[in-house]
Design a binder for this molecule. Structure first.
Ligand code: ATR
Length: 250
């Protein structure tokens, strides 16, 4: 097996996929900024790719292009397995309304979230996100009824079981401004970004009283494991991988 990185020219993503496939490639992981284009290229899509409107995994083994999205399940697995969290009946505050947020809405609801507040700096984007998901029919209506869209200053003043940061500002250390009280003594703050040590959002959450704050390295590993399962039919043991990457990050 060979698994390598390809960095296609932004104008030539589709050509790069076609070339890789013609050379015998069996599948691809796709990352930013190509996930929507990967989705558009596919002949068939999983339900979770449809809900996300984006694909991070392509599989060519059935003779066509099959698109899946394992980001959301990666997050849910990290929460459930690595961090031992119970999602049944939980409340979630999801920050951001871009692709990263969109991909995790359906898996969080499917895992049992009873309340999901999608809050974004630009409130209309949060509303559009939920509106599009409602219209697409990719998520059952009763599940969509558990969701609320708002701006950052319209976040219902409650403490949440999970506060998940899916904003891209996190990459440059910017923390969304949040009302007091969203982090409580039961709150797990989750930053989808990862790096050496603590992210700015993690530090902020701890300072505001969150019980725990973690980064997104586990999500990265778990989404990769789910992709591997799709291609090979085998579910890899993720714990040693996570341990190794954590040690490498320092
Ligand atoms: P991605 O696909 O990685 O989610 P995106 O579609 O560009 O990227 O979306 C980025 C998200 O991060 C948006 O929700 C953006 O908020 P806006 O819609 O208001 O632009 C959010 N974001 C980026 N920087 C932010 C910051 N400093 N504070 C709050 N939200 C931020």
């Amino acid at each position: 097996m060979v698994y390598e990185c390809i960095g296609p020219d932004p104008d030539a993503f589709e050509e790069a996929v076609a070339r890789f496939r013609a050379e015998g490639g069996k599948g691809l992981n796709v990352t930013l900024p190509f996930k929507e284009r990967a989705y558009a290229l596919a002949d068939r899509h999983s339900g979770r790719a449809q809900a996300a409107g984006a694909a991070n995994t392509l599989d060519f083994q059935a003779g066509d292009i099959y698109a899946d999205n394992t980001d959301g399940v990666g997050l849910v697995r990290d929460l459930q397995r690595n961090l031992a969290c119970d999602l049944q009946g939980c409340s979630v505050l999801l920050l951001g309304a871009g692709g990263a947020a969109r991909g995790v809405v359906e898996p969080l609801l499917a895992a049992g979230a009873a309340r999901l507040v999608v809050a974004n700096r630009t409130p209309s984007r949060a509303e559009s996100l939920l509106g599009e998901l409602r219209q697409s029919g990719a998520i059952a209506r009763d599940r969509m009824n558990r969701c609320l869209a708002c701006g950052l200053d319209g976040i219902p003043r409650d403490s949440y079981d999970f506060v998940i940061n899916a904003t891209s500002g996190s990459l440059s250390g910017e923390v969304p401004s949040l009302p007091e009280g969203v982090f409580g003594p039961r709150t797990l703050a989750y930053d989808m970004v990862y790096g050496k040590g603590c992210t700015a959002f993690m530090a902020f959450a701890r300072q505001k009283g969150a019980a725990r704050a973690v980064d997104g390295l586990g999500m990265l590993v778990e989404q990769a494991a789910e992709s591997f399962h799709l291609w090979r039919g085998v579910y890899p043991d993720t714990a040693p991988v996570l341990q190794l990457l954590r040690a490498e990050l320092g």
